[in-house]
Design a binder for this molecule. Structure first.
Ligand code: FAD
Length: 317
């Protein structure tokens, strides 16, 4: 379990990373190619994101719209099983409220339990592209805190069906997400932290943050969490900038700010090779400062691309 890995490390910082399942049609080798170069840093676990279905509308000549459900990145559970099998490290699937009924969730968790997967990250998920606000399934959860409760219930042998109570118990260690720059929908940081605390009270064991590029934001956020009574580990999420395009993409997609010094350096870079170097150096300085501050783990968003993360990790681990 993640928490046991942290305890065993006894204050030594650990290395972990997150990958995405490949686009449908690609081979699992593309996943291994993104993991192999990072194994020398001995990650105790690897996170695998979950991608819900999206809706696409196809227009027919007669003016009618056909709604098509497409799942572009299936395979989260299969990839987790393959990782555990190939590398003998713990794979952590992300699990969403979006697109899942409570029954789907229960069955998903049973699958994970049968595969020997004992860690999950419980998330709400975002609104599908065609909608502005997140909409839960009719029999699903509206917030990650409710999903955490369901997982914790199953850990206590509480199933949805009353006839099954206290049959087999699962034993999941539960991670949840948090946002050092506030979740985009939260009316204030204080409100966001109150709901984060709810996730911990419902049974979550640790927190992973959204990526940030200014460590002070992380330090301030952790201080606020501690002041509110949250005591679980808070893992910093890091990503080296790799392209000029990401200057606009990252703030738009993840609702985080980039420091002006970093923006200016990237804007001055002559090509993406130079941007890569700037991104690696920035991420390395962040990593060093976080290690000096005593964080239990550095969690990198590799997005399946190992080269930059490897450069950063080589200088730290
Ligand atoms: P929640 O904790 O449910 O919070 C969502 C919003 O609701 C917040 O603004 C919160 O303040 C508010 N809120 C919470 N509870 C209540 C309540 N009871 N009443 C009113 N307001 C409330 N997305 C994916 O699709 N797949 C992934 O694999 C994935 N992995 C991620 C990993 C990390 C580390 C992070 C940081 C994000 C990840 N995401 C992923 C994105 C995530 O799904 C979105 O950021 C989503 O918008 C919020 O998810 P959450 O679990 O933080 O939601």
């Amino acid at each position: 379990k993640v928490i046991e890995h942290i305890e065993k490390a006894n204050g030594r910082p650990l290395f972990s990373f997150e990958i995405l399942p490949p686009l449908k049609g690609q081979n699992i080798q593309s996943i291994f190619d993104g993991i192999d170069p990072l194994m020398e840093f001995k990650p105790p676990f690897i996170d695998v994101t979950y991608h819900r279905e999206e809706y696409e509308y196809k227009e027919h000549g007669n003016g009618l719209l056909e709604k098509k459900i497409v799942k572009k990145r299936p395979g989260t559970v299969g990839i987790c099983a393959a990782i555990q099998n190939r590398y003998q490290v713990d794979a952590i699937p992300h699990i969403l409220c979006g697109g899942f009924t409570k029954e789907d969730t229960e069955n998903f968790l049973i699958d994970l339990d049968f595969l020997g997967i004992e860690n999950v990250v419980a998330l709400r998920g975002d609104a599908v592209k065609s909608e502005i606000y997140f909409k839960p399934e009719r029999e699903g959860h509206s917030y990650a805190s409710e999903l955490v409760s369901q997982i914790q219930n199953l850990n206590n042998g509480i199933y949805l069906d009353e006839d099954l109570q206290n049959t087999t118990k699962t034993n999941f260690c539960i991670g949840v997400a948090a946002y050092p720059e506030k979740h985009m929908e939260a009316p204030s940081m204080e409100s966001d932290i109150r709901f984060l605390k709810q996730k911990i009270e419902n049974g979550a064991n640790y927190i992973v943050t959204q990526m940030f590029f200014d460590n002070q934001k992380y330090f301030d956020f952790v201080a606020k969490c501690r002041a509110s009574g949250i005591t679980v580990p808070i893992f910093p999420g890091l990503k080296p900038i790799a392209t000029k395009k990401q200057l606009n993409l990252i703030p738009h997609r993840f609702k985080v700010d980039l420091p002006d010094d970093l923006i200016l350096e990237v804007q001055k870079a002559k090509d993406n090779e130079a941007v890569n170097e700037i991104g690696v150096e920035w991420c390395l300085q962040q990593s060093k400062e976080l290690v000096a501050a005593g964080v239990p783990i550095l969690h990198y968003y590799s997005m399946g691309k190992a080269a930059n993360i490897k450069k950063v990790a080589s200088a730290i681990f």
